[in-house]
Write a protein that binds this ligand. Structure first.
Ligand SMILES: *[C@@H]1O[C@H](CO)[C@@H](O)[C@H](O)[C@H]1NC(C)=O
Ligand SMILES: *[C@@H]1O[C@H](CO)[C@@H](O)[C@H](O)[C@H]1NC(C)=O
Ligand SMILES: *[C@@H]1O[C@H](CO)[C@@H](O)[C@H](O)[C@H]1NC(C)=O
Ligand SMILES: *[C@@H]1O[C@H](CO)[C@@H](O)[C@H](O)[C@H]1NC(C)=O
Ligand SMILES: *[C@@H]1O[C@H](CO)[C@@H](O)[C@H](O)[C@H]1NC(C)=O
Ligand SMILES: *[C@@H]1O[C@H](CO)[C@@H](O)[C@H](O)[C@H]1NC(C)=O
Ligand SMILES: *[C@@H]1O[C@H](CO)[C@@H](O)[C@H](O)[C@H]1NC(C)=O
Length: 445
């Protein structure tokens, strides 16, 4: 079903004429422009294999490096939430740590553990089991977490506990086996962490990449949260999307793991910020189709055994975090507005530091897979003048799983650190910029 659709898309792109659009970029931040923290793109980690991420006996340097890359760009480390489905399958033991996993299958090659016994020690937003309705276990687990976070080792490491999440997606307890059918969200509490996926791939047909990349879909999916965001803000609270990604159930093969999702992830996080979302925690788990994993022995696409184990590496979605970090920068005083582009394949945002225009990003969301690549020429009107620096997120094809580069540099390295020399160009603002299909350009004024 998937391939013929991509063929139709590529035929369509052959017929596409080069287009020019004119976009107004304000020189000063409109008063409505929300602030963007350096940690806008943060992460959520499945609780069951948490120790694999941080490292069992010694530090997992790959994981450390991919987080540190972001911190070195914005000056602020991404926040980490540890929880999700396995959070409600976690029991407590003082003496040992063990996880029991169900059998792998082609749809879910890396299922979540059904029973985790958590050891002490770890990170920032920690999910506690509320699903199994055992207050003794929840109490002991909470005690262990507090003890771990107040330990000298944790204090030395500078790791702090920001919040505890009581249960995962409690609105689903009534029909997922945790509680009886009379349980509902009203019985839970008025502080909640909201989760969102654009689609679901628990079984059945694949999602389609161009569907995911649709500007209207991203806006439709996120705008549904506007009343909740407003309600949180009215009470002086920050609104965070605590767990999110492209497709639930660990991602859709051929969609969640390919380069086009970097464009989706960037637009999704930046648009969420426009609505007042403080942070967007992209969910990750070992072997999920959208994460930066530890060593894998089974295919993330169908669960088949790999001939040689796959070393830790990033998935293309990681570039969304890098580009967002670069657009937000280090000022600690960045605000952004979405630009009106009159074109449903181009999303644009302007970034202001201390109210003055600093950068702009244009995302061409049209999925290019083969044939002739289209492009859109963007002319800038408004306040910017003089010259600008152009940096591109180059993507071979929307369905590629590697080969992405950001200003000529790659993060597809064995240690997760950036490699290669930076390539940018200087052009006059008046000349405008071409944005190829399936490409991001970042302009620095
Ligand atoms: C979970 O694992 C512990 C330790 O092995 C065991 O005692 C307990 O019975 C298990 N619980 C379930 C629900 O499987
Ligand atoms: C609740 O959790 C405690 C601590 O893990 C355990 O000893 C107890 O057996 C559990 N109760 C039930 C009903 O499972
Ligand atoms: C569901 O569980 C609650 C709390 O344990 C209990 O009070 C209620 O009677 C149960 N309802 C049904 C329909 O079993
Ligand atoms: C949310 O995104 C999905 C996948 O792209 C799309 O099918 C759905 O129509 C979108 N929903 C809204 C309300 O826009
Ligand atoms: C986008 O268009 C709306 C409606 O005309 C306008 O209110 C808004 O200021 C525009 N945004 C920018 C950044 O120019
Ligand atoms: C991308 O899709 C096109 C069109 O179906 C196909 O020809 C090409 O082989 C695919 N590329 C990759 C890397 O999967
Ligand atoms: C845009 O695509 C065209 C056609 O594939 C290619 O020649 C050009 O180098 C691309 N531009 C950039 C800046 O990547």
């Amino acid at each position: 079903m998937f391939k013929p659709f991509l063929f139709v898309l590529s035929v369509h792109s052959l017929l596409t004429e080069a287009q020019t659009i004119s976009v107004s970029v304000p020189a000063l931040a409109p008063s409505s422009a929300p602030s963007l923290p350096g940690s806008l793109i943060s992460f959520s980690i499945e609780q069951d294999r948490w120790v694999d991420w941080i490292g069992q006996e010694s530090r997992n340097d790959f994981f450390f490096n991919v987080l540190d890359n972001l911190k070195s760009i914005t000056g602020e480390a991404p926040h980490i939430r540890i929880g999700a489905d396995s959070e409600d399958h976690t029991d407590f033991s003082r003496t040992f740590s063990e996880a029991i996993f169900p059998a792998s299958n082609p749809t879910t090659p890396y299922p979540e553990a059904t029973n985790v016994t958590s050891a002490k020690g770890t990170e920032v937003i920690w999910g506690v089991n509320f699903g199994t309705d055992n207050l003794t276990a929840a109490f002991l687990e909470t005690q262990a977490i507090v003890q771990a976070f107040t330990s000298p080792a944790m204090k030395t490491a500078g790791v702090t506990l920001q919040a505890m999440e009581i249960g995962n997606e409690a609105d689903l307890y009534g029909n997922n086996g945790h509680r009886n059918s009379s349980f509902n969200a009203q019985q839970y509490t008025s502080h909640i962490s909201q989760h969102h996926y654009e689609g679901s791939f628990c079984s059945g047909s694949n999602g389609l990449l161009q569907d995911l990349l649709s500007k209207a879909h991203t806006r439709g999916n996120l705008s549904a949260f506007a009343p909740d965001i407003a309600a949180a803000q009215q009470r002086g609270l920050q609104y965070v999307l605590g767990e999110t990604n492209s497709y639930s159930c660990h991602g859709a093969p051929g969609v969640s793991n390919v380069a086009g999702t970097a464009l989706w992830g960037l637009d999704y996080a930046l648009f969420a910020a426009q609505l007042g979302v403080q942070r967007v925690h992209f969910h990750e788990g070992v072997g999920y189709k959208y994460n930066f994993p530890v060593t894998l022995t089974r295919s993330i696409l169908d669960g088949s055994t790999l001939e040689t184990p796959l070393a830790p590496h990033i998935q293309p979605l990681y570039y969304a975090a890098i580009v967002a970090a670069e657009a937000i920068g280090k000022s600690g005083a960045t605000r952004a507005v979405e630009l009106n582009t009159t074109n449903d394949q181009i999303a644009g945002y302007a970034f202001f530091e201390h109210d003055t225009l600093a950068r702009a990003a244009f995302i061409n969301l049209k999925s290019f897979t083969e044939g002739t690549r289209g492009s859109v020429h963007v002319d800038l009107t408004g306040g910017a003048a003089g010259e600008m620096t152009v940096r591109r997120l180059s993507i071979p094809t929307a369905n590629a799983t590697s080969g992405v580069s950001w200003g000529g540099q790659t993060y597809e390295t064995s240690d997760g650190k950036v490699s290669g020399s930076l390539k940018t160009s200087r052009v006059s603002v008046r000349a405008g910029v071409d944005v190829n299909d399936t490409e991001v350009v970042l302009l620095t004024f």
